[in-house]
Write a protein that binds this ligand. Structure first.
Ligand SMILES: Nc1ncnc2c1ncn2[C@@H]1O[C@H](COP(=O)(O)OP(=O)(O)OP(=O)(O)O)[C@@H](O)[C@H]1O
Ligand SMILES: [Mg+2]
Length: 353
């Protein structure tokens, strides 16, 4: 009988230890009595730093988190169980999402909290929400852009006809009108790309060549902002099956953003290299003011802009184009230091529908 008991105890210990979810046992003095490996991983602490500690002190350095735990425990005391969720900013700046539920008195005087890392699920939901909005915007854009385009063409034509008869003292108004018209035009064009990707022609192309052309295009603006480009291209990179004009648009958007965040000048470092012969990675690094962690998830959302004259469409268009290449865009940013955009595009040709 003793043997059977031991076996059963070992079995349950094993289940506890190997559970994929973080498990924490704590007593009615709020003291942690035992944890499994997953819990240690979640907190990034060794067992002796966690056992003996008060659950109330788990986030003692973060006041609002502490309050969340106190509320959770209050509910556990009142109702016997409670489920909550928490978002924590890691030391690496990444945000992690957790669901945690507690049951009181699971065994004599011990309470069990189960913690599940749901970061990936949360990111996926965020992505879905973004792409839903993108689709909606796309459909709206199709209708609106066409309706605006025709009267715009007429306006631009007649304004040009008027140019010779504009009096000198009114020439400034004329300039404002034409430049604002050009701005409306460019917004409509971006809308149209969203609504209906123009006839796309996928070709095997040298990404470095596309980047060189982009940099040439932007060099005048860079000089104006006192920005220098540094480029590092890996030698003999394979060609990429892509829509060169669309990719150029992405590079223009990202580099323009990089220039715009350095009004007093600085360096933009552009690197292109291959990863394990499977992807081409294009990284664009600036020395701008960086992006606060909580704002990073807003990038690519339509109309998200912090610029007085921004449309907040540049990144959305770029994300869309890279998505169509089956690629991805990652952002690393540190406030006050700068931002790094990393675009990954798969090398294997993919079937376009
Ligand atoms: N390199 C960067 N550094 C810091 N913030 C950036 C960077 N790139 C983008 N952002 C932030 O993301 C926002 C959205 O960028 P996006 O390119 O979509 O629009 P925009 O630049 O504001 O306007 P536009 O439509 O003219 O491009 C910017 O307003 C800025 O706040
Ligand atoms: Mg932009």
């Amino acid at each position: 009988m003793e043997k059977e008991l031991l076996k059963s105890e070992q079995k349950f210990r094993r289940i506890f230890e190997d559970s994929m979810d973080g498990l924490i046992l704590w007593n009615d003095m709020y003291q942690i009595v035992d944890t499994n490996c997953s819990a240690l991983r979640i907190f990034g602490l060794p067992k002796d730093k966690l056992v003996g500690r008060s659950v109330l002190e788990l986030f003692s350095h973060l006041n609002e988190k502490k309050q969340e735990i106190i509320n959770h425990i209050e509910q556990v005391t009142n109702n016997g169980k409670q489920s909550s969720s928490m978002v924590i900013e890691g030391i690496d700046g990444g945000v992690r999402h957790f669901d945690y539920s507690t049951k009181r008195g699971i065994i004599d005087g011990l309470n069990l909290t189960v913690i599940i890392d749901v970061t990936e699920k949360a990111q996926m939901q965020e992505q879905l929400r973004k792409s839903d909005r993108l689709n909606l915007i796309g459909e709206l854009a199709a209708g609106i852009a066409h309706e605006i385009r025709n009267p715009m063409t007429a306006l631009k034509g007649f304004i040009q006809l008027l140019e010779p008869s504009i009096k000198a003292e009114h020439s400034m108004y004329y300039e404002v009108i034409t430049s604002e018209l050009a701005r409306i035009d460019s917004i409509i064009n971006e809308f149209l790309i969203l609504a209906k990707p123009q006839e796309t022609k996928y070709l095997d192309k040298d990404i470095c060549q596309i980047m060189r052309e982009t940099i040439d295009l932007l060099s005048a603006q860079a000089v104006l902002y006192n920005v220098q480009f540094y480029t590092h291209y890996e030698e003999q990179l394979p060609h990429v099956y892509c829509e060169p004009n669309q990719l150029k648009k992405v590079f223009i958007n990202l580099i323009k953003n990089a220039i715009e965040v350095m009004p007093n000048g600085g360096e933009i470092t552009i690197a292109i290299n291959s990863i394990k012969d499977q992807f081409i990675q294009i990284s664009i690094r600036d020395e701008g003011m960086g992006i606060p962690v909580d704002k990073i998830k807003k990038l690519g959302e339509p109309f998200y802009t912090t610029k007085e004259k921004g449309t907040g469409l540049g990144l959305m268009v770029s994300y869309r184009i890279i998505e169509e290449h089956n690629g991805s865009i990652e952002v690393d940013s540190e406030e006050g230091i700068g931002t790094l955009f990393k675009i990954k595009i798969p090398l294997k040709p993919f079937i376009k529908v």
